[in-house]
Write a protein that binds this ligand. Sequence first.
Ligand SMILES: Nc1ncnc2c1ncn2[C@@H]1O[C@H](COP(=O)(O)OP(=O)(O)OP(=O)(O)O)[C@@H](O)[C@H]1O
Length: 649
Amino acid sequence: MAIAIWQAVREWRPMRGSVGEPRGRGQGGIRWRRGVVKTPTGAAGLVMVTALLVLSVAGPVFWSGAARAMNTEAIMLGSSSAHPLGTDALGRDILARLLVATRLSALTAVGSVAVGALAGIALGSLPAMLGRRAARATAALIELLLAFPPLLLMIFLGLVTGGGTGGAVIAFAGAMAPSFARLTQTLTLSVTRSDYVASARMLGVSRPRLVVRHVLPNIAEPLLVNLSIAVGMAFMAISGLSFLGMGVRSPDYDWGQLLNEGLTRIYDTPAAALGPGVAIVFAGVAFQLLGEGAIGAQADRRPARPDDPAPILASKPSVAGGDRGSATVRAENLQVSFPAAEGVLTPVRGVNLTVAPGEILGIVGESGCGKTLTGLALTGLVPEPGVVRATRLEVLGQDPRGLSPRQARALLGRHTAMVFQNPGTAMNPVLRVGSQLAETAVVHHGMSRRAAGARAVDRLRAAAVPAPERRARQFPHQLSGGTQQRAVIAMGLMGEARLLIADEPTTALDVTVQRQVLALLRDVNSTTGASIVLVSHDIAVVAETCHRVVVMYAGLVVEDLPVDVLRSGPAHPYTRALLACALDMTGVRDRRLPTIPGRPPGPGERFPGCPFVSRCGHAGERCATEPPAMEELGRGHRVACWHPRTGAP
Ligand SMILES: Nc1ncnc2c1ncn2[C@@H]1O[C@H](COP(=O)(O)OP(=O)(O)OP(=O)(O)O)[C@@H](O)[C@H]1O
């Protein structure tokens, strides 16, 4: 039994779960619970835990009479149909006592975990609430407590408290609290680095409130999983203490005490020891399975590996210094629809895309394929009465659809910048360029007008605007198109932009200025580490600027590929046709420019198979009837085509 306690306490290793992913309140929990039931281990654990719960409630109600009834004529009887586990030294039925003891065993296990977890969570959260020095001292205290072997700590606490039921509870709680404190500290740290917490902090939320409202709800899932496993361990450990005489004492009794009594007659009546032993193992396994099931459910909720983009750039530290591991943008089954006289129009029919930190993603496709609306949906700017739906939509860790105006300002205003096609309309014509830029810093960063003005000039310089001091004093119409676009990009740089969405930023510019603006975007990306989504109908522009390209057709992504694969040979006939149509300035000048015959389906049209079928030279029967699923071709290259091509276009 001592070995069992040792293993129970020693094997208690808190497991980390997924954190920092803000979910719609309640929804994540429901999916989590459903996930637990769906996994075989989780379902088995749930059934076993429910059985234990029922027994701990019903046991004392139905069997306490039998458990108490002494019978001097039935002392120390062996197993029989009347007493399956035999009787004890006072002639009491051991099975009845075992069933009755379920309640106390469960109460002590759950109670000790509750006390230990509360103490651990409180201690582990302190570093995030306190000032730097106090936080360091708390972290050191956690380290110190962790240095004590949990078994020794438990026995020590058991002895100090004088044993008994309360002593056993405190002993196990004290042994597990340091591990829980460490777990909470680690999880809290990862969440406090995320942008939504940074935003809340910048908005003046106090540290304790930050932890209670923003951090703890986001780490609740992994904590709960570990709690479940800890309860299983507690059953074994506290039974072990009782077995050793350091836990529950007469006249109370739990499974450990019954095991102790049974073990003295293991050779005569093995069932008397076997019964409590099986009960302890059953409870331990039940909570362990439930915890494992919850871990499985968490893992299932994470996106499948192939959907994760292969990072093309090493992730640069973002300006905001935030959640570096996660994607800047993640959209799954993104749809944008508009009510219309002829029914609902859905120009964006189910886009999946991910933008990694520091990545430049190009969205390319013919006019009307839904590129702009996709970009607008990411920034919460889809015009009324447009409806945005998505299985998952995250921009810098938050769903732009669920944000209050204040939150949207904090997220989109500070960390996201939009560069529009027409720089002339992107700036207020009656305000000087410098004061427009400064406005952003005053509103979002509370800068003084003077400091904001100085920053505006600095940012104009960073965006390679010539004579920035003079330009800052001018009105937008006094600037050339290229300089206007630079000024708009500079406006995006006023905050701590981690995501720049540039929608056809060079379409209104001549070729020379176009190249300069694209070079500036690449520059911004490499110097600030900001991710960029570049929307363009021009595949040559995208190929020149981006790390990765998403090709859209009729509101769907038909190909998602690294730019070198785009150059060497994309797989979708549509992408290949787009490339073939691209203007080649070095090519033969009198060559007739190829076009793609036909037109894409409109936003109100339905198609049972591939949307490109009517224009594709390689289409087969299946293409007209069955929509092709996105297939992984390796190296982050995915294509939705029944007949993907290979080789140079
Ligand atoms: N407010 C709106 N109401 C109804 N339909 C709209 C609205 N905005 C866009 N659409 C339709 O959605 C479709 C996709 O528009 P979107 O601007 O996203 O395409 P795009 O690929 O960016 O094209 P372009 O290159 O011409 O800008 C178009 O057919 C357009 O008519």
